[in-house]
Design a protein around this ligand. Structure first.
Ligand code: ZN
Length: 270
């Protein structure tokens, strides 16, 4: 599933190909995505000029003169740039054809992605209630500490709650808690301020490292097979059950916390 680093990598990958271009045609082959793709979207985007390509949480925000396109990649979506007229595969659901002779193409085998257009994207129901960005200045130890007081919820699902902070998916939550030395089952309300300072730093570090790793795939966004944007990176604990902890050598354990597979070191995380 594309996580925040993949979405950010996609943003950086497509931006130079589409910013400043005019959309000369919108080709839709499949409207049944997570929500039906409204024909209003085609109408508003056709003829519009693209401004900046931004991101909020895992949504790509493509500013255009017809409104901001809010694109979510769902479970299996990807965007890539191809020459106009390139034959579409069965999972290539729509294209934005540009005046440059290229097209931004959306592929999504499982069709859990979505595309909306809004005048004020941050007030759109999909975005209005989201917590701060993990890489922005609002995510601090003090913020996490204040939001967690009195909460008995385990710290791992707490930091995976999008109203608290966006973009900390299951892998990144496990990795950040390991880096910060915090046991994932500890009640969020019982984590001290100084440890939340470490955790906020760890979240940033883990996500930035993943984005940096994704940067090496940027050249693939044009003319690729559409799989670019997903990448493997080094993980300290995630999916390493039974293997030695990179810090102390004890076996990494796995447990289900908040219905999600979790990995941690019983010695290094307390
Ligand atoms: Zn350890």
């Amino acid at each position: 599933m594309p996580e925040l680093p993949e979405v950010e990598t996609s943003r950086r990958g497509i931006a130079p190909h589409i910013e400043g271009r005019r959309i000369v045609a919108v080709h839709v082959r499949e409207r049944r995505l997570r929500w039906n793709l409204s024909e209003d979207v085609d109408q508003r985007l056709t003829g519009a000029t693209i401004g900046k390509v931004g991101r909020r949480a895992k949504y790509l925000l493509i500013d255009t003169s017809g409104g901001t396109a809010i694109l979510h990649l769902g479970m299996s979506g990807s965007v890539y740039v191809v020459d106009a007229g390139t034959p579409a595969g069965i999972h290539d659901h729509f294209d934005l054809e540009l005046d440059s002779g290229k097209m931004l193409r959306y592929r999504d085998p499982r069709r859990f992605g979505s595309l909306h257009v809004a005048n004020v994207p941050l007030e759109h129901p999909l975005l209005a209630r989201l917590g701060p960005e993990p890489l922005g200045p609002e995510l601090t130890g003090t913020y996490l500490w204040a939001r967690s007081r009195g909460r008995r919820l385990a710290v791992k699902p707490f930091i995976m709650t999008s109203q608290i902070v966006v973009g900390v998916g299951n892998i990144y939550a496990s990795e950040s808690l390991f880096l910060a030395g915090i046991h994932p089952k500890r009640a969020a309300g019982r984590v001290a301020l100084e440890r939340y300072e470490r955790l906020a730093d760890a979240i940033r570090q883990v996500l930035e490292k993943a984005i940096h790793a994704g940067g090496t795939t940027l050249r693939d966004f044009y003319g690729s097979d559409g799989e670019a944007g997903y990448f493997k990176h080094e993980l300290a604990v995630y999916d390493r059950a039974g293997k030695p902890c990179i810090r102390c050598g004890q076996p990494i354990v796995s447990a289900v916390i908040g219905q999600r597979a979790s990995y941690y070191c019983r010695t290094c995380q307390t």
